[in-house]
Write a new protein. Structure first.
Length: 603
């Protein structure tokens, strides 16, 4: 912070500089000479030597889309309620009372001055302050936004129009607003606000309500029925447009109201075709599709005295019916003298082994079953009846048991005496039992065969890949330690920014460490000190929202042992480190771009 002396020529009051009781303008770095020299802190030539400002355009050029251009001089005839602003030539600290449109118009390289609205007449710049005594006479230090105080005119007054700001061409935006819209105009502080008042939009080729669109919102009108219906915009090129419906036409089957009477496909007669029992009548139009009429199809002739198949002959070609199967089968005529005949099969008998279908189910000697005798490789199954003759069952002779997936000795157990199917670890470098005991090709015993992956190598992923009871003991870029069932990597071989450290942790399914309590905090500190007593990054940060600290892995923040006076956000410090203060288990906020050791944690 610099000590600034300000001369206000209006009141001709001096501010002292250098004493302990002298009020200071906190945070304002105004251009000029040494701190001990009385000055106005504003360049003599505002048009050429203004301080660097983060503004994207010439302050004398109006923004695109404004309602009116900036008048070069004051018009001769003004409404009686519009007065020409008075221009004064007094000294105020720069940029106090400068006309502005955004905060960027007021910002300097030394302090955050902001653009303060002055009703609908425009806005002017305040200057940063800490207490009321920091402001020139006639101004007071007020909080205008949370944690932001500015010098503004006292007692609700407004800023004067300064000659130097007029000559520099600084602009502000005035406006008029009502229920119809808002009209805006850029102007200098010495120019009256002549922007017009928004009006109801009418069809006249003018943007009456100042919304950027001409003759908008005037809608359209629809007239006529069916195919005669027309929709016309109420206003075209600033001229009201009438709505005239189309002329009607004859009704056809097309799902449209061609004659414009409000009905679709009406007054279209039905279609008829065919004769006798095959006669058919159909609707001529369905869902806008023209229909064709076909006689009903002839049905199969039945015994009813009618010509069902429409061939001119009654009850013809009805044939015979055979009912029953095997020994029950019977065949009778289907129709005699117009009376339908019923076919009754013979009664079935029990199936016996005789080469005939005794039970009349269509199968010969069926249902007589099979007989199985013997166990394992000795088992034999035979049909009880074959070619009309009864069969006998004799089992095979047993053999010595071998490892082949079969019950060779016929005792009901397959490969008994061999550990077939039991999990095993084959001849590889890992400890994972991902193989199974399988019979040898010669049947003399079993061998362990890895059926999936052989030689599993430990990776840095938080898992026990090689099944040795440990996790990440090899394969990680940094030493791994365990606390509370969690894995921690302590990376001190090289330093990284906070972002790069997080990226490296996540590459191995870790994240920058979160710390939940004092026990975990002390363990992390002590373990890190074994490798380096320099600062280490952890996952706590307020990068997204200043003052709101979160863990990078999403854990809730429940424990924060800050070093006294921390966090202080000195020079935009948004990331947190440990071991910053020797011998203490406290935390500190630091610049995220600083390169430090870092602690990763597997969650």
């Amino acid at each position: 912070m610099r000590r600034v002396c300000v001369l206000l020529t209006t009141a001709i009051l001096w501010w002292g500089c250098g004493g302990d009781d002298t009020p200071l303008v906190e945070g304002i770095d105004l251009p000029g000479g040494p701190d001990t020299t009385l000055q106005t802190d504003l360049p003599q030539d505002l048009g050429q030597d203004l301080p660097d400002r983060d503004v994207g355009s010439d302050p004398g050029t109006p923004d695109p889309g404004t309602d009116a251009t900036i008048p070069d001089d004051v018009p001769g005839d003004l409404p009686p309620d519009v007065q020409i602003p008075e221009v004064v030539d007094i000294d105020l600290p720069y940029p106090l009372c400068q006309p502005c449109r955004t905060d960027l118009d007021c910002k300097t390289t030394d302090a955050n001055h902001v653009c303060i609205p002055d009703g609908n007449e425009g806005s002017w710049c305040g200057i940063q302050c800490a207490v009321t005594g920091d402001c020139p006479d006639g101004f007071e230090c007020k909080t205008i936004r949370p944690e932001l105080r500015q010098c503004i005119p006292a007692d609700g007054g407004t800023c004067p129009c300064l000659q130097r700001y007029v000559e520099a061409g600084f602009l502000t935006t005035c406006w008029r607003e009502n229920e119809h819209g808002r009209c805006e105009q850029d102007r200098r502080c010495d120019q009256p606000c002549t922007v017009r008042t928004p009006q109801v939009e009418v069809c006249n080729g003018i943007d009456d309500d100042c919304d950027g669109a001409t003759d908008d919102g005037l809608g359209s009108t629809t007239c006529g029925e069916g195919e005669c219906q027309v929709t016309t915009q109420n206003c075209v090129n600033g001229v009201p447009t009438p709505c005239t419906p189309r002329a009607p036409s004859a009704e056809v089957c097309d799902r449209k109201d061609n004659d414009c009477n409000g009905l679709t496909d009406d007054d279209i007669p039905d279609l008829s075709c065919g004769v006798g029992i095959c006669r058919n009548t159909v609707v001529a139009c369905i869902d806008g599709r023209p229909q064709s009429c076909d006689p009903r199809p002839a049905s199969f002739e039945v015994c009813n005295g009618l010509d069902d198949d429409c061939d001119g002959v009654t009850d013809n070609d009805l044939g015979t019916t055979t009912c029953g199967l095997g020994e029950c089968a019977v065949t009778v005529p289907n129709c005699i003298d117009g009376a339908a005949q019923e076919c009754m099969p013979k009664a079935p008998t029990a199936e016996t082994c005789n080469g005939r279908d005794d039970d009349c189910d269509g199968l010969t000697d069926n249902g007589l079953g099979t007989t199985t005798c013997g166990v394992g490789e000795c088992a034999v199954t035979v049909q009880n009846c074959l070619n009309g003759r009864v069969q006998e069952c004799t089992p095979n002779a047993p053999k010595a048991e071998t490892c082949n997936g079969r019950d060779d000795d016929c005792d009901g157990v397959t490969d008994n005496g061999f550990k077939v199917g039991v999990a095993c670890d084959g001849p590889d470098s890992d400890f994972c039992a991902n193989g199974t005991f399988t019979c040898k090709a010669d049947g003399t015993g079993v061998e362990c065969v890895n059926e999936t992956v052989k030689d599993i190598v430990e990776k840095c992923n938080g898992l026990d890949d090689n099944c040795d009871g440990q996790r990440d003991e090899t394969g990680c870029p940094c030493p791994v330690h365990v606390f509370g069932g969690r894995l921690y990597m302590f990376c001190s071989a090289s330093t990284s920014t906070w972002q790069n450290a997080q990226t490296e942790c996540r590459r191995y399914s870790y994240d920058l460490a979160s710390i939940a309590d004092a026990a975990e905090n002390q363990w992390v500190f002590d373990t890190a000190a074994q490798y380096s007593k320099n600062p280490w990054w952890i996952g706590l940060n307020d990068r997204q929202r200043e003052g709101t600290f979160v863990w990078s892995n999403g854990d809730a923040v429940t424990y924060v042992p800050w070093e006294p006076g921390q966090p202080n956000n000195y020079l935009n410090q948004d990331c947190v480190d440990i071991h910053r203060y020797a011998g203490k288990y406290t935390w500190n906020d630091a610049s995220c771009d600083e390169k430090l050791n870092y602690v990763c944690k597997r969650y």
